[in-house]
Design a protein around this ligand. Structure first.
Ligand code: PLP
Length: 389
């Protein structure tokens, strides 16, 4: 089956019973009744407690396994929880972690605040360096390298298979934040990455109404570690949310196509505007990292950034405040278009880059791109008058 068909017809979880509706039951429950005394302690043959998931969770995990070509997938209450959970599952006191400097900001916060307290040291690397230069930063204590491609806010691309291979050669585990690729546009496990993590809150959910995260792996030792981490931390997700994520998966392919096409149309229009210095979108020919995107990804989503011409303070805010259709808000992957000013988030980076002006991130939703262009036109007019040109 082609990827789009697999999303509609994922494999059924083993042992899934009940009436033959197209979708799984929203089975709610803490207590699970077992048939006899021996079954009470037979975790291999029976689900013995509801915390680890019932029918909808099993169906979602089976579908996500298929999506990521994984042996096992764990569910977490949010994308941040999935990142934290995967890192906690593989790291221990005294270990070092190599982290992309362009990682999602809360990932960095978890490393600097929580992992540090447990004796794990995080070293940030410049993701634009060649893979062998990044690999050269792996030392005897390096246990794992974390990738995010494209990077949050500024969309730097990484050579994923080369970095995964360098890590494997040195006995270092590789993990990636695959939220931009949504598990559908990029298949990290096929490229040699050990753990693929995504925030299902974004495109899989697709409707800005629920939180969840997932971590996928193939190696039996890794899948066991991830599973043990979820059990030990007591993480659990609601059956309704698991059901909602499975519903989102059915339409992921068509939604991503529309987000991707509209985003390219808007990005190309922005490239023609004199108020815009650069459009940071890896699917644009000639953009930095375009060749890596073309080699490793099967498409693009609706998230990219633009750089406004250098302007006095307040001009970026004038641009954002003039937008009527784009909402001003964090997160992305839902049906709606959103915009944020990125500059305040860039100050924490170790390798700060001058992008040539104010960095604005756009999420292109499912609206008609002509309406979005008209809205951006309004924003740019406000930017021009605020910048006094
Ligand atoms: C939003 C996001 C996350 C975190 O997801 P939540 O479900 O909101 O916790 C992780 N990584 C990236 C790249 C994100 O954009």
């Amino acid at each position: 089956m082609k990827p789009a068909s697999r999303l509609v017809h994922p494999p059924a979880p083993s042992g899934g019973g009940g009436a033959a509706t197209v979708n799984p039951a929203i089975q709610k429950g803490s207590t699970v009744l077992l048939p006899d005394a021996a079954a009470l302690y037979d975790d291999d043959a029976y689900v013995t407690y509801g915390r680890n998931g019932l029918a909808a969770h099993e169906a979602l995990k089976a579908a996500l396994c298929d999506l990521e070509a994984a042996a096992a997938v764990e569910l977490y209450p949010s994308g941040v929880a999935a990142i934290a959970g995967a890192l906690l599952a593989v790291l221990g006191a005294g270990d070092e972690l190599l982290m992309a400097d362009t990682a999602y900001k809360p990932t960095r916060r978890f490393c600097d605040r929580t992992l540090a307290r447990f004796g794990v040291r995080t070293l940030y690397y410049d993701p634009t360096l060649p893979p062998d230069a990044i690999a050269g930063q792996m030392g005897p204590r390096t246990r794992a390298i974390f990738l995010e491609s494209p990077g949050s806010l500024s969309f730097e691309m990484q050579d994923i298979p080369a970095l995964a291979a360098e890590a494997r050669k040195r006995g270092v585990l590789s993990l990636i934040d695959n939220t931009w690729g949504a598990g559908h546009l990029l298949k990290p496990l096929d490229l040699g990455v050990d753990v693929s993590i995504q925030s299902l809150t974004k495109y899989v959910g697709g409707h800005s109404d629920a939180f969840m995260g997932a971590a996928a792996a193939r190696d039996p030792d890794l899948t066991a570690r991830l599973h043990a981490g979820v059990i030990d931390l007591g993480w659990s997700v609601a059956a309704e949310d698991a059901y909602g994520m499975l519903r989102g998966l059915r339409t992921l392919d068509v939604r991503l196509k529309r987000h991707g096409e509209s985003a390219m149309a808007v990005a190309r229009w922005l490239q023609t505007r004199e108020e815009v210095v650069a459009v940071l979108h890896p699917a644009l020919p000639g953009a930095p990292g375009h060749d890596l995107w073309k080699r490793d990804f099967t498409g693009a989503c609706g998230l990219f950034a633009l750089v406004l011409k250098p302007a006095p303070a307040g001009a970026t805010a004038a641009f954002l405040d003039a937008l009527e259709m784009f909402g001003l808000g964090f997160s992305w992957g839902g049906f709606e278009s959103l915009a944020i000013d990125c500059d305040p988030q860039l100050t924490v980076r170790s390798f700060r880059r001058d992008y040539g002006g104010g960095l604005v991130r756009l999420h292109i939703g499912l609206e008609d791109p002509e309406d979005l262009v008209a809205d951006l036109e309004r924003g740019l007019a406000a930017f021009r008058s605020s910048a006094g040109s």
